[in-house]
Design a protein. Sequence first.
Length: 224
Amino acid sequence: MDETKVANLRTSQLTDDEVIQKVLDGEKELFEILMRRYNQTLFRAVRSYVNDEDLVKDTMQDTYLKAYEKLSQFQRKSAFATWLIRIGINEALLKIRNAKRDRSIFAEIKEEAISIFQRSGIYKMNPEKRIIQKETFSIVEHAIDELPEKYRIVYVLREVEGIENEEIASCLGLTYSNVKVRLHRAKSLLKKKLQGTENEKNVFGFGNEHCDRLVEEVMKRILA
């Protein structure tokens, strides 16, 4: 077992603040712990803005590298996840602004996005059920993608990722009331498309393979 895995096992019960302090004290390999804790959360936040698999991964990598570089500036007045999401959203918006003017990031719903769904349990199903599950996830994802951006990010952070409204308000610079209003509006818009669908928690998954690859790429640069 390599040193990083050993370190992860030894420090798995450390709080975020404890991990951050150790990284700042020179144990930079422990930054991997924070990445693995929040890969799914960051992915879903970025994916709410960027509908392109490669661009999502680039945005996440840039977000982690920027977070590492600015870790000493994290004042711990909010949760680390909140601070990380803010950086991720800023990176996503920057990439959108730099995209070609004649191409909207959200103009198309790419069918290959199904490949980045979290597929827990799917491959244990028979082929017929597997197809139905995939189609259901696809319908849900497409419906969420069709939400206006300001509703989509609130919906994904609250209903998919489970972040509390207060933290979402802090992440997005909104009031608590605005978050509630946007969440209600998002649910109303989705209700027309998702009658009886209960698979929201499984969409926009960032599976093990994607997680491992991203962690490896970022840690190589941090430890270089």
